[in-house]
Design a protein around this ligand. Structure first.
Ligand SMILES: [Zn+2]
Length: 235
């Protein structure tokens, strides 16, 4: 039996920070809340990271239509603005953090997106305690295509080690910054496996079927304020 999966990819929930400006990567809480309710109304079940991995490796079946809620970069607003909505709607999530930038800002977006704080270790722990699985977005938010295979390996290895040292649950998933997996270069999947990952996520695509999907190139649906959830999840 195949299972339909959809992975939603958000960045920032709530308004831009002081002196910031609005961009497509900000989703108001009311719209975010409406998205979550629409997903459920359409018959999809939100699953957490552990359950998704069990489905991926075939050790436990997933619901017929399962949805994974993910956030990239671990903005502080994930805790302050997204978590209250997720608690209200009973939705678990995955937060992908650039491990070398914990407690800093989105320096990788300089002059492209407004400056925003990323979660501190304390804030990540609070998210972790509230059904948000903290996973790797590399160390320094680099494009894999601009790194050598050795540098890619280091990003995977050290980000996992750093997060494992600070947080309770082991890191098993990787989200490619900018969705850039170096066009699936031959070293990527072996490096991810060797450094202890079980899944890796892109930043494009739509719903997909399990068990057919490539666990190390899982499609994600980029979501912004104008996203039409019903049509994005349509068969
Ligand atoms: Zn990112």
């Amino acid at each position: 039996m195949t299972h339909r999966c959809a992975v939603l990819a958000y960045h920032k929930i709530g308004p831009p920070s002081y002196l910031g400006w609005d961009t497509w990567f900000y989703v108001a809480e009311s719209i975010f809340s409406e998205h979550l309710r629409t997903v459920k109304k359409l018959g999809w079940t939100f699953v957490d990271a552990a359950r998704f991995l069990q489905g991926l490796n075939g050790s436990s079946p997933l619901p017929e239509k399962c949805c994974l809620l993910t956030f990239d970069d671990a903005y502080a607003s994930t805790l302050t603005h997204a978590l209250p909505v997720m608690k209200e709607e009973g939705c678990p999530s995955i937060v992908f953090v650039p491990a070398g930038l914990v407690g800093g800002t989105n320096v990788f977006d300089k002059d492209i997106e407004p400056d925003e704080f990323l979660c501190s270790w304390e804030q990540l722990k609070e998210l972790e305690a509230n059904r948000c699985s903290i996973q790797s977005h590399g160390m320094m938010h680099k494009k894999q295509s601009e790194l050598t295979p050795e540098e890619r390996h280091s990003e995977m290895l050290f980000s996992k080690k750093c997060l494992d040292d600070h947080l309770r649950n082991p890191v098993q998933m990787f989200s490619f910054p900018y969705g850039d997996n170096a066009s699936g270069a031959g070293d990527i999947t072996p490096s991810l496996r060797a450094t202890g990952y079980q899944a890796a996520f892109l930043y494009h695509g739509g719903p997909f079927d399990l068990p057919d999907a490539d666990a190390f190139a899982i499609p994600r649906i980029p979501i912004g304020p104008d996203s039409d959830i019903a049509s994005l999840l349509a068969p």
